[in-house]
Write a protein that binds this ligand. Structure first.
Ligand SMILES: Cc1cc2nc3c(=O)[nH]c(=O)nc-3n(C[C@H](O)[C@H](O)[C@H](O)COP(=O)(O)OP(=O)(O)OC[C@H]3O[C@@H](n4cnc5c(N)ncnc54)[C@H](O)[C@@H]3O)c2cc1C
Length: 454
């Protein structure tokens, strides 16, 4: 036989595992290589362990809110080692399930790094064996960026290491302005660390609706996390058992940990894609069409390595669509519009569709509806956290273009709002839904007044 496999998948993360399983179940001979742990970023060092740590961090606020509801909570003590180890146990369990599912689907896993030799040949780096496949799927995801060239960079960590810290830091400085930086600030602050974010931009969460960004800025500061914008790091040095960080303002800060969360880059370095002639964009992402096909006919790429929408459900959709297109003979282009997303900050964000600025840019005349309130739960507790809800509507068609929420359970609400935005519902249809009382979400269908001047 000309090829050892019909399909060789490089990277057993969210996208790669899904594509491999569906292709194999459709009858293809499939192998998959993973250089770290099966499950990929989301399961091993992304969404899953992060959300578990967020749950852990939320107890602090709940303990403090409890008094208003008549509870006296004794001296609550947090133990990092217990939380860390429990999270890792869960991660290992899930990774095991992913591995079992690959075997059950008939996929051959290789737990080592793979690189391309040419457009049809993959080399397994540790064992040195070379395997030929009719098609190759690049599903290598992304990796954290670091502040290359920063003196003392080696003293910092990325999100990869944050889950495994030996000792919980009493003081942490987080560098970056994206959702990962904000989520880790929420986690470390909630678990008791003195937390500071340093970001070179003037506001966190670029790409999100501007009102949400402003709201999160105010609310994050209210929790006690220190936000230092328009500032970078110039140096990190050791100071006994601590670290001394020098900021671009000249300020020196002593902390126990520095966490870089300044973005991620596609994992294509050293993969041998040049040997196969695969075209990359300037960020190093594999350039693909709507069927995830690269510039080389038999090589495809899905998920974060294509740097389209870098979220787990999107990587899974990409992988499934690829396998359906090729192996189930059901051509399925990927649709990356109206993908909901969440930020597990304080308060959490749930959002879908266009922000006000983007909507105005693409649709011209829009209407904006907005509500900013202190939710019922916070009245008894004395918690000052406020909720923001915002709808962006196309004035011409009355279609909902975006739903943006910052408040308790916002990610849960956004998943359902996404159904309406994706289906192209009008504001009139949205408003015809009767409110569910008493919830915070009911406010979403009760916003009648346009924000004037918008
Ligand atoms: C801290 C953090 C939190 C996140 N939170 C969320 C969230 O809440 N919700 C959400 O939707 N998304 C979240 N994400 C993003 C999400 O994890 C990714 O979008 C998703 O994992 C992408 O899947 P993928 O299949 O493209 O790549 P990955 O899951 O990254 O899988 C790629 C795999 O390829 C392996 N690999 C790389 N090169 C090779 C090679 N040469 N040979 C063999 N194996 C290789 C890697 O080890 C990795 O396991 C988060 C990410 C991070 C870092």
């Amino acid at each position: 036989m000309k090829y050892d496999y019909d399909l060789f998948v490089i990277g057993a993360g969210s996208g790669g595992v899904r594509a491999a399983r569906i292709a194999s179940l459709a009858g293809a001979r499939v192998a998959i290589a993973e250089e770290y742990r099966i499950g990929g970023t989301c399961v091993i060092r992304g969404c899953v362990p992060k959300k578990l740590l967020v749950y852990g961090a939320e107890f602090a606020q709940n303990f403090s809110d409890a008094k208003g509801f008549g509870w006296t909570v004794g001296n609550a003590v947090f133990d990092w080692a217990s939380l860390r180890d429990n999270v890792q146990k869960e991660v290992a369990r899930l990774s095991g399930i992913y591995t079992t599912n690959l075997h059950k689907a008939g996929v051959t896993p290789f737990e080592e790094r793979a690189e391309l030799v040419d457009a049809h040949t993959v080399k397994l780096v540790k064992s040195g064996s070379e395997l030929r496949a009719e098609r190759i799927l690049i599903a290598t995801g992304g990796a954290p960026q670091l502040l290359d060239g920063l003196p003392g960079l080696e003293f910092g960590i990325s999100s990869n290491e944050a889950f495994l810290l030996e000792k919980f830091p009493e003081r942490i400085l987080i560098v970056g302005g994206g959702y990962v930086a904000l989520e880790f600030a929420n986690i470390f602050h909630g678990l008791g660390a003195k937390t500071r974010i340093v970001h070179r931009g003037d506001r966190m969460l670029r790409g999100f609706d501007d009102d949400l960004r402003a709201h999160l800025h105010i609310e994050t500061e209210r929790t006690g996390v220190q936000l230092t914008m328009k500032t970078t790091l110039t140096k990190i040095t050791r100071a006994g058992s601590a670290l001394r960080v020098t900021l671009s303002t000249g300020e020196h800060v002593e902390v126990d940990q520095v966490l870089f969360a300044i973005g991620r880059h596609p994992s294509t370095h050293g993969l041998g894609l040049d040997r196969a002639g695969v075209k990359l964009d300037p960020s190093g992402a594999v350039v693909v069409d709507e069927y995830s096909q690269s510039s080389v006919e038999n090589i495809y790429a899905i998920g974060d390595v294509t740097n389209r929408v870098n979220l787990t459900p999107v990587a899974i959709r990409d992988g499934h669509a690829f396998a359906d297109t090729i192996y189930n003979k059901r051509p399925t282009p990927v649709d990356h519009r109206s993908v909901p997303s969440a930020v597990f900050g304080r308060p959490p964000i749930g959002t879908v569709g266009l922000g006000e600025g983007d909507a105005r840019h693409s649709h011209g005349e829009i209407d904006v509806y907005r509500s900013n309130f202190r939710p019922m739960r916070n009245m008894l507790s004395g918690n000052q956290e406020r909720t923001l809800m915002k709808l962006v509507v196309d004035r011409k068609t009355d279609k909902l273009l975006g739903v943006h929420i910052a408040g308790e359970d916002a990610p849960e609400m956004a998943q359902l709002a996404a159904v309406a935005v994706k289906a192209g519902l009008t504001k009139k249809q949205w408003d015809s839904t009767v409110a569910l009382h008493p919830t915070a979400a009911e406010e979403l269908v009760l916003m009648r007044e346009r924000v004037p001047g918008r």
